[in-house]
Design a protein around this ligand. Structure first.
Ligand code: ADP
Ligand code: MG
Length: 217
């Protein structure tokens, strides 16, 4: 479903990704483990179409992303890819529920079914009481869970998570990873998590290691 062929990425003469090839099946769950600076975020941005590779090919569902223009990529991204990043950016001036409903709003979809899904996911994650509040009125852990709901609201084919547990203690980080796995399974999404945290990685049966811009397992 996701196929990377010899992806390279350089910033000027700094070679960050040095030829990455990877196949991830539809609905698979995997973790990419690597130390800080190994190229994890760069790889995830390229996978998420937020940045372009210097060379190499990315196919998602046999569609060659390199052949899409920016407008096509933006549409593809909104419809197919959910992002959970360590520094979650909920818009401060609207409620959590309105934040969650942004992706369907941007797609011009009718909101009623998404409100229903929001309520279901909020109940599942224990943040029903947060929906009508503004982001500043809830805790960091609650914001993180709202962010996860927003990432999942369009039932993305692919869920990409960059250090999703970066600012959580180990008990909560284990919980968040379990939730990501359970929800991806339930919604039929492919899950890719990148982390430097060995404990997070141990929660996955498929573990890929990145070192200095290359996959080594
Ligand atoms: P990780 O997420 O594994 O910590 P990154 O992918 O963020 O690593 O970064 C890998 C390397 O690429 C680092 O050395 C970083 O400084 C460099 N890098 C990342 N983005 C840029 C950029 N926009 N310009 C220059 N260098 C960058
Ligand atoms: Mg990073």
């Amino acid at each position: 479903m996701i196929d990377l062929h010899d992806i390279k990425k350089s910033f000027g003469d700094v070679h960050v990704l040095k030829g990455i090839s990877l196949h991830v099946d539809s609905k698979e769950q995997c973790v990419i483990l690597g130390s800080s600076g190994s190229g994890k975020s760069t790889l995830l941005y390229i996978l998420g179409t937020l940045d372009k590779a210097s060379s190499g090919q990315i196919l998602i569902d046999q569609k060659d992303l390199g052949k899409m223009n920016d407008e096509q990529l933006a549409l593809f991204r909104n419809e197919n890819i959910g992002f959970v990043f360590q520094f979650h950016f909920l818009l401060p001036s609207i409620t959590c529920e309105q934040n969650i409903l942004l992706p369907p709003r941007i797609s011009g979809k009718s909101l009623a079914p998404y409100k229903e899904l929001t309520e279901m996911l909020a109940k599942y994650l224990g943040v029903t009481h947060c929906l009508k509040k503004y982001p500043y009125q809830i805790s960091g852990g609650e914001q993180q869970r709202i962010n996860i709901i927003r990432a999942l609201i369009l039932k993305p084919a692919i869920l990409l998570c960059d250090e999703p547990t970066g600012n959580l203690d180990s008990k909560n980080s284990q919980k968040v990873v379990s939730l990501l796995k359970d929800l991806s399974l339930e919604l039929g999404s492919t899950l890719i998590v990148v982390t430097h945290d060995q404990k997070v990685a141990s929660q996955f049966s498929r573990k890929i290691t990145i070192e200095d811009g290359q996959l080594i397992s």
